[in-house]
Design a protein around this ligand. Structure first.
Ligand code: PHE
Length: 358
């Protein structure tokens, strides 16, 4: 039947040209829909004789099936194309190198601070944190530092807004303000505990637990070269009690240094010095007996017996309470421990340098 073959061929062509499933359904309607060509032909059968109906009907059915199978083939092809497009759009390029999550680690100075805290904690010291923006009182005046002391000059200290005209706030030049800050809090807390002396006025001479504290943190001075950075670290130490002497300072600091550097034969030297807030005062030098620095004296801390004026500024009776303080440089300790020769390396943030400590 030529006419039916032509119809099937036309359907195949139309289906082939349908670019989307919607186009295809429209094309289908032309042939198989309610008033499509095949449906119309079926309706025409009623006018034929029984014999003709049989053969004509079979032929139309064959054509219908051919059209239906062409339709299904095209449906599958279009669904396949759609799936491929979707897969392509959502494709992951698995050949890209993975995004690495490098193992992080602590900064070498942080490692030192953790080490210092662990050692002093084992000796019964608390760890306290103080503010980096400090008042003139805590940074200088309470520490017995006179008005004309060079440390107070603009060349040495970063002054900031706040405070009064004659006593502006500043970036703390050392961690020593924590001596008085911490002690005042300590005294306040234990004053209430002793019934005899609850007024809060005058100097405290009652009984209280000893003050034993270290205060690590950032400090600031107008200073910058291979061994000085405008921001650097210090760690203060303070031990105040009724019978704490220079002998205790020597023992505590020697024990600390030997533990820190894991060296039992490390030698310490207490070299007479001056600080307004300690009397007597000493610089503490250490000497390694082996390794590249063997025999050299290296300064690691300032120290001394806390000045009676400072003890009184803590709110304590200086006839009853006495003790020592020290202030060391964790940056310096880190340089010595790892053999680093330029302080600025610690603050440049170069990953090639920092990753060596992990
Ligand atoms: N604050 C002193 C400094 O920065 C160090 C120090 C601390 C000295 C405590 C004595 C006692 O140099």
């Amino acid at each position: 039947m030529n006419e039916l073959n032509i119809l099937v061929a036309a359907a195949k062509t139309d289906f082939g040209q349908a670019a989307t499933p919607a186009d295809l359904e429209n094309a289908k309607a032309l042939f198989l829909g309610k008033s499509g060509r095949i449906t119309e032909m079926m309706k025409g059968l009623s006018a034929l004789s029984v014999e003709e109906k049989k053969s004509r009907g079979a032929a139309i059915n064959q054509a219908k099936q051919a059209i239906e199978s062409a339709l299904n083939l095209r449906r599958e092809a279009l669904a396949d194309t759609e799936l491929q497009a979707q897969l392509q759009a959502e494709a992951l390029d698995v050949t890209l190198p993975g995004r690495q999550r490098g193992a992080g680690g602590l900064h070498p100075v942080s490692l030192t601070l953790e080490r210092i805290e662990a050692i002093f904690s084992s000796m019964g010291f608390e760890v306290a944190q103080g503010p980096e923006i400090e008042t003139d009182w805590f940074n200088f005046t309470a520490l017995n530092t006179p008005e004309d002391h060079p440390a107070r000059s603009m060349h040495d200290t970063f002054y900031v807004e706040g405070g009064s005209a004659t006593a502006p706030n500043l970036l703390r030049t050392h961690t020593s303000p924590m001596q008085v800050r911490h002690a005042v809090q300590h005294v306040k807390k234990h004053r209430a505990a002793t019934g005899a002396d609850t007024a809060g006025e005058g100097l405290f001479s009652g009984a209280m637990p000893e003050i034993r504290v270290i205060a690590p943190g950032r400090t600031y001075r107008v200073d910058s070269d291979a061994t000085h950075s405008p921001m650097f670290h210090q760690c203060e130490g303070l031990w105040i009690g009724e019978n704490v002497s220079f002998k205790d300072l020597k023992f505590v600091f020697t024990d600390f240094c030997r533990t820190f550097f894991e060296s039992d034969d490390l030698v310490l030297r207490f070299r007479p010095s001056f600080f307004p807030f300690t009397e007597p005062s000493a610089e503490i030098d250490i000497q390694f007996q082996g390794g590249p620095l063997a025999g050299k004296w290296l300064e690691v801390a300032g120290s001394g017996q806390v000045h009676p004026n400072v003890v009184r500024n803590m709110g304590l009776d200086s006839e009853k309470y006495i003790g020592f303080a020290f202030g060391m440089g964790p940056d310096r300790l880190t340089m010595l421990r790892y053999g680093v020769n330029d302080l600025r390396l610690f603050f440049d943030g170069d990953i090639r340098f920092l990753s060596q400590f992990q």
